[in-house]
Design a protein around this ligand. Structure first.
Ligand code: TXA
Ligand code: MG
Length: 340
């Protein structure tokens, strides 16, 4: 079922009770189903079935050292899979269901396959808030491994059309659940015994986490991520070039050069906009939640104009801005060419 050398028909399933039941049946039989979460669309497989998980890596073209998030319906189910210390419990109670992933030591009875955890002795767990995702997880009755439903290294999908653009013919089905509300991936926090560490900024802002913890949150540094020399990274989502449109991305633009596509933020005008090939505004009112929800779709739309560069005006770094700027820096990072 997961031989990606042969193409297959990708079913478009309505996100209703019948579609969710069919999707759950496909997942339980070892197939691949893309489904909406409140952050981005996930590409799901039965996390306990190594062969099914292998299908995710094949469909995405993802390096196999990159571990996956196991999605569960409730904290109770998560407690059977991972060992939660006081910080992990406090965060799960404050933000689940929601856009937060916790990396915790595997529990002795953890059923998540070694392929999904990339052989680590920790497991990434998330209980999503999206009603369709929750219904699906209930119906599957097993943890569902799901990275974002895009080809590896590409922009994460926030609509079924994005998913199909990358993966049509490579996966078994898509649950057609409309646009995702948050638009950025979950925040990832590791709770591995040395205090909580922010591995990836995302849908839950740092200040909210720190308030729930009653303490400052340490941040993983680039040195913690041995990606450059091929070591298993702590959070390979932090691989430098990860959220990459085809166009180059120029950050902190204060004027737009002729022929560039412009990605704006806020009400202020910007010099040169009249000569832009195209312009979109993440949030004309300067609302960071709206900007997060629009980010990936607007990067895709500007990329489609064929512009060689997308110029992005400054986005403030507070609240969800930390995650938005993280994704923009990755989109702008140098990426390996075809010969590398
Ligand atoms: O919002 C999200 O998190 C979406 C939706 C579908 O849930 N998922 C998502 O998955 O963004 P993905 O695979 O694109 O990113 C998961 C990140 C990767 O950077 C991976 O390296 C990290 O989680 N991760 C998974 N297991 C880990 C572990 N045991 N230790 C450290 N990092 C881990
Ligand atoms: Mg991803």
């Amino acid at each position: 079922m997961n031989d990606t050398s042969s193409t297959r028909e990708t079913l478009r399933l309505e996100a209703d009770a019948e579609g969710v039941a069919r999707a759950a049946g496909i997942l339980r039989a070892g197939g691949l189903v893309a489904f909406p979460t409140e952050t981005v669309y996930g590409l799901g497989a039965d996390a306990t079935d190594g062969k099914a998980v292998a299908g995710i890596y094949a469909a995405k073209g993802r390096p196999t050292f990159n571990p996956l998030i196991a999605h569960v319906p409730t904290l109770d189910v998560a407690l059977a899979q991972g060992r939660f210390d006081a910080a992990a419990l406090a965060l799960a109670r404050a933000f689940w269901p929601g856009p937060l992933t916790l990396v915790v030591p595997k529990a002795p009875c953890c059923t998540v396959s070694d392929l999904a955890t990339a052989g680590l002795d920790s497991v990434a767990l998330r209980s999503p808030a999206h009603a369709v995702a929750r219904a699906l997880l209930d119906a599957v009755g097993r943890p569902v491994a799901a990275p974002s439903a895009n080809r590896s290294g590409r922009v994460s999908p926030t609509t079924p059309a994005h998913v199909l653009g990358d993966l049509d013919g490579r996966i078994d089905a898509v649950l057609m659940g409309g646009s995702t509300a948050v638009g950025l991936e979950s925040t990832i926090v590791a709770c591995l015994g040395d205090g909580p560490v922010l591995l990836r900024p995302g849908g839950v802002p740092r200040a909210a986490l720190e308030q729930a913890l009653g303490r400052r949150l340490a941040t993983a540094t680039a040195a913690d991520h041995g990606s450059a020399d091929g070591e298993a990274p702590v959070a390979p989502g932090m691989l430098a070039s990860h959220y990459a449109p085809k166009a180059g991305v120029r950050l902190q633009a204060t004027r737009i050069r002729p022929g560039e596509a412009a990605l704006l933020f806020g009400p202020a005008g910007v010099e040169g906009i009249g000569d832009a090939r195209a312009a979109l505004n993440l949030s004309p009112t300067g609302d960071l939640a709206e900007a997060a929800a629009q980010l990936f779709a607007m990067l895709r739309d500007l990329d489609k104009t064929g512009a060689t560069t997308i110029a992005v005006t400054p986005v403030p770094d507070d609240g969800l801005g930390e995650a938005i700027n993280d994704r923009l820096r990755r989109a702008a990072a140098p990426r390996p060419g075809p010969g590398d």
